[in-house]
Ligand binder design. Sequence first.
Ligand SMILES: C[S@@+](CC[C@H](N)C(=O)[O-])C[C@H]1O[C@@H](n2cnc3c(N)ncnc32)[C@H](O)[C@@H]1O
Length: 225
Amino acid sequence: MEELKKAFDAIASRYDGQRRFIIPQMEEFYEAAVWAADWPGNNPAILDIGAGTGLLSALLLQKYPMGNFTLVDISENMLDIARARFDGNPHVHFFVADYSRDEIPGKYDLVCSALSIHHLEHADKQRLFQRIYSILKSGGIFVNADQAEAQSSWLSRKNLLYWDSFVAKHPFPEDEIRAVIKRRDTLDKNAPLFDQVSWLSDAGFRGVDIVYKNRIFCVFIGRKE
Ligand SMILES: C[S@@+](CC[C@H](N)C(=O)[O-])C[C@H]1O[C@@H](n2cnc3c(N)ncnc32)[C@H](O)[C@@H]1O
């Protein structure tokens, strides 16, 4: 986890500027997550797991301006950017922690995450899904917008080629591309999507489903009844 924290601390100030060159269909991907994050009231308690600089929370805040947000991340530098983004908003709270190990206080109506949980070992992903289930209130939804492995090595390779050709199309400095690929090779631990959705069901979630998929970029959800 120390290596991951260091990597995100180091990239924090350049992170937001790079995203659109790294995530294919970035808007559609995040929009699907926000669309799926539904709550009948106007001030849900929302937990953003691995919130980073707050990209996902910023979009959720447009949908739920009265929402009560908790952003958790292990990288202080990433969260500092989020602090600046939400400066003056008394309903946005920040929590520096390793969400795979540390206790996450509170109960939530919506637990959302973007591009973070794929950094955990698979057993830790499964444990986290169980913990998310336990901190969700009844009727709450977990939305995970994340990377997932294909079911076959043939498609995995094809997905990586798709991703590389997307990155190559953009005016992105060579050394930054190398850094992105290094992060991907050392820090990403993508699990197959079908495994992940069954881990959600095993954790007790109902209505488990996939609401978006573009190669490795997926948004999948589960509801606590
Ligand atoms: C690729 S960034 C995504 C940030 C943000 N959610 C977004 O969509 O832009 C991954 C974030 O997850 C955080 N992260 C990864 N594993 C973590 C863990 N175990 N505990 C807390 N934060 C973690 C990293 O520090 C980083 O800020």
